[in-house]
Design a protein. Structure first.
Length: 106
């Protein structure tokens, strides 16, 4: 079952929004990794806007079925452990709104 853990707004080539779980709620930014030097390094950094700590990273990937690009993210902190998810379109037709979808392990 897919669960929304963040609501985001597109800001140019970045995203801003709120990460919200049962125990954590806080503002985040997802920004391009300007220091990327190797293919294995993340395309994005996920930063807490509250304290500036880095919470995770994101990689641009391509869907095997459609070929469409998407961003796969990993967030980690002691308060919530590790969350693996994807940035997806938010419900509705607004192209400036996105969400992070967490897929629980089977």
């Amino acid at each position: 079952m897919a669960t929304t853990v963040a609501n985001l707004t597109v800001k140019g080539d970045s995203f801003e929004g709120t990460l919200a779980t049962f125990t954590v709620s806080g503002p985040i930014s997802i920004i391009p990794n300007a220091r990327k030097a190797k293919e294995s390094e993340p395309d994005y950094r996920i930063i807490s806007r509250k304290n500036g700590f880095e919470l995770g990273a994101g990689w641009i990937k391509s869907s095997q079925t459609t070929g469409a690009d998407y961003i796969s993210v990993v967030l980690s902190a002691p308060e919530f452990g590790t969350i693996y998810g994807n940035i997806a379109n938010a419900p509705g037709d607004d192209p400036t709104k996105k969400v992070i979808i967490w897929n629980a392990p089977a």
